[in-house]
Design a protein around this ligand. Sequence first.
Ligand code: ADP
Length: 304
Amino acid sequence: MSVIVLGSVNMDVVLSVNTLPQAGETIAASAQNLYPGGKGANQAIASARCGAPTAFFGAVGDDDYGAVLAKNLQDNGIDTAGLKVLAGRRTGQASIYVSAAGENSIVILAGANHDFVFDEDGGPVPVPSAPAVRLAQFEMPLAAIKAFFDAPGAASGTRILNPAPALPDGRFLFDLSDILIVNQTELATYAGRPDAASSPEASIALARGLLSRDDQWVVVTLGADGLVAVGAGQEIFVAGLDTEVVDTTGAGDCFCGALAARLSASEPLRDALAFANAAAALAVSRRGAGPSMPTFEEVVARQA
Ligand code: ADP
């Protein structure tokens, strides 16, 4: 099976500053760097590098950033027939200030991402209908995600939803997914328990509350502690791997993409979760999001 990602694609514009600016303050930046980003694009790159035939559905504007980001996806071997170039729209952009102490503030312009719609029958981007591992996050219109998970053939594959950033209005999509992947902050938001303890035991209890079917799984990523997964009457715990942390940006995206890749190769869930945990540990040991995604061979070597 292949992996189909419906998701966001952004240019991350990173300005290095000494301290973050206060309201009304003008300060100097010491450097500017551009990095391909967006949760959807990061996840697609992780999936492709981990060896799965991967197709991407999303939207960019007809500007320079859009062309660079499309090429970056193609350079990673991703099928971009489903990537729309929207005339007169801006490509999604994240403006990120990073201070010398490593703190950041981020402003996201959703741009073309929020204008994505699947076309009706016969349009240039119809809803893909093949059985596949489908992966979506919440930086896209909820109606497009619903069409993606409701498409003919979708239920005979695996539908993975990473409902991030947390968007309580998107709860109706949980029923349409086979695997939900949340971090602890997102779990607390969806469970309506923002003050909940963040131990693995507490996460298991809250995750059970998100299950709506017997054949569904909820995976909670626990940062350095690894992950827990709960399904009907079952629990899987995978411990975090000891890692020298360089940059945690994109850890969750790497996890989702790597998991999708291994499930598309028919690996059992427990093994695919262990693989994704090792892939994400590698991603946090490297700078950047998209560029930090490991290859299949690198993850296998990390697990050895
Ligand atoms: P997000 O990036 O969405 O906030 P997490 O912080 O839970 O998600 O990280 C996702 C996954 O990345 C974890 O489940 C784990 O596999 C891996 N990971 C994150 N931080 C570390 C770390 N410090 N050491 C080892 N693995 C990590």
